[in-house]
Write a new protein. Structure first.
Length: 71
């Protein structure tokens, strides 16, 4: 496993590795509009640390909301 901590931006593959999700799940979430914002840097697509953090907060809030609706 590669160490990619301490970085400020990540490729989609690195993002998936950091969150233990497959590329397939990433693209499934993308179709649902539930992935972090992508920044184009030349021909490269990256996810910044700030966008990754915002995504985690959004996913946590959605998870909390879903749990309170079920309860």
């Amino acid at each position: 496993m590669n160490t990619i901590t301490g970085r400020k931006a990540f490729t989609i593959d690195e993002f998936c590795e950091r969150h233990s999700i497959s590329r397939g799940l990433y693209y499934k979430l993308k179709k649902q509009g539930k992935t972090p914002r992508i920044t184009e840097l030349g021909a490269k697509l990256i996810i910044t640390e700030e966008d990754e953090t915002a995504w985690r907060q959004t996913m946590a809030a959605e998870s909390s909301t879903e749990k309170s609706v079920v309860a």
